[in-house]
Design a protein around this ligand. Structure first.
Ligand code: GLY
Length: 386
């Protein structure tokens, strides 16, 4: 199986090289034979730019695999284009943006000057913390209406690594403390007893009282949106890796079991586990790719050999399913994977997605190049950062 997945990794490197030659703006999704991009100047609200780090992350990974200095130069230039976002309080995704550009770049190249903007981004990101409800705010301005200030989501679990990393790097525990509090709140309000996840939770931002569940990209407040669920597996695993708090490991395991129990025969989830239209509805390959990357982290947290093997083998099977049935290699689509779903309720489905491609390549790197993955991704050896 390893040589088949090596083909998938080689293809990912080749596609990123090919895209590098033509890309002029940050790509988001791929329809037909072209990328739809976020133009820095035409789309200034920072919230439109949550996807920008994935393209840079693909470039850094491609540089790590090839040692090609031209790719490092490109990755650095694209990273610099993101610097304006490090003081923006208008997005809850500074973790996605700065971890995959500046932190990853600094770790891969050893140039720690890249970390400066990431530290500033962490400082900005904690302004979204609500101390009453102990959560980070999802969409909207931090001084916006109560509805926005009271909202959190499962996606934010993926933005905690920047905060944890920042505490390790600077020795200032404020970032990690906020990240741990947010993870604890998410565990209480976004994980159901049946091990599924909720996309969105609303609080009273003045008192911190929990009000209700909701969704933005899922089927309903009561359903389990598949990409959000993958963010949960990965994010709770990282929360465990950085804090050593076993309750986060237990949640990540529960969520991973749910994903296995509810997987379709070919393993790649539909956009929402509860869609009544399954199997005649859209897949989300980005959910499968993020799940595989998260499961490979989860495997490293297990002391029990059977558990370690379970997550590792399932991640490997997911990657094989993606490569065999959902790659673009026989089409003109310039993404790596097809059949992602940006947001089915908003009419965006069945396309390539830059984050699906990024997590596919990240997971393949973890599986096939442990040396590179250790340099790029592994959390601190001593997990306690509080
Ligand atoms: N973080 C937004 C998404 O997963 O679509």
């Amino acid at each position: 199986m390893q040589h088949v997945l090596q083909e998938a990794l080689d293809y990912s490197v080749a596609m990123t090289r090919q895209n590098m030659a033509t890309m002029t703006d940050f790509p988001e999704r791929c329809e037909g034979d072209s990328w739809l991009c976020m133009n820095q100047k035409l789309d200034p609200p920072a919230r439109n730019h949550w996807i920008d780090g994935f393209w840079v992350g693909l470039l850094w990974l491609t540089h790590a695999h090839t040692d090609d200095p031209a790719i490092a130069t490109a990755a650095r230039e694209w990273s610099e284009q993101l610097a304006w976002l490090c003081t923006s309080t208008d997005t809850h995704d500074l973790g996605f943006i700065f971890y995959l550009s500046h932190v990853l770049g600094g770790r891969i190249t050893g140039d720690h000057a890249l970390f400066d903007n990431a530290i500033q981004a962490a400082e900005t990101h904690i302004k979204r913390y609500n101390p009453y409800g102990e959560y980070l705010q999802a969409w909207g301005a931090i001084d916006g209406p109560a509805h926005d200030r009271g909202r959190t989501n499962i996606d934010l679990m993926m933005n905690l690594a920047l905060l944890f990393w920042c505490s390790v790097h600077t020795g200032d525990s404020r970032y990690a403390r906020i990240a741990e509090h947010h993870a604890r709140t998410s565990r209480f309000v976004l994980v159901r007893p049946d091990d599924s996840t909720v996309h969105v939770a609303d609080f009273d931002p003045e008192t911190g009282a929990f009000l209700q569940h909701a969704t933005h990209q899922g089927l309903s407040a009561a359903s389990c949106w598949s990409r959000g669920h993958a963010w949960g597996v990965y994010g709770f695993t990282e929360a465990y890796q950085y804090t050593g708090n076993p309750s986060f490991l237990a949640v990540a395991q529960r969520l991973a079991h749910y994903a296995m129990r509810h997987a379709p025969p070919d393993l790649v989830p539909f956009w929402d586990y509860d869609s009544p239209d399954i199997p005649n509805t859209f897949r989300d390959t980005s959910a499968a790719a993020a799940m595989a990357a998260g499961l490979l982290e989860l495997a490293t947290c297990e002391s029990d050999e059977d558990a370690r093997k379970r997550w590792h083998d399932y991640a490997e099977a997911l990657l094989l399913a993606l490569w065999q049935n959902y790659s673009t290699r026989d089409s003109a689509m310039p993404a790596i994977l097809c059949q992602g779903s940006r947001s089915v309720p908003h009419g965006m489905a069945n396309h390539g997605l830059i984050y699906g491609d990024y997590y596919f390549m990240q997971a393949l790197t973890k599986l096939l190049r442990a040396d590179l993955a250790g340099r790029a991704f592994s959390p601190p050896v001593s997990p306690r950062v509080m």
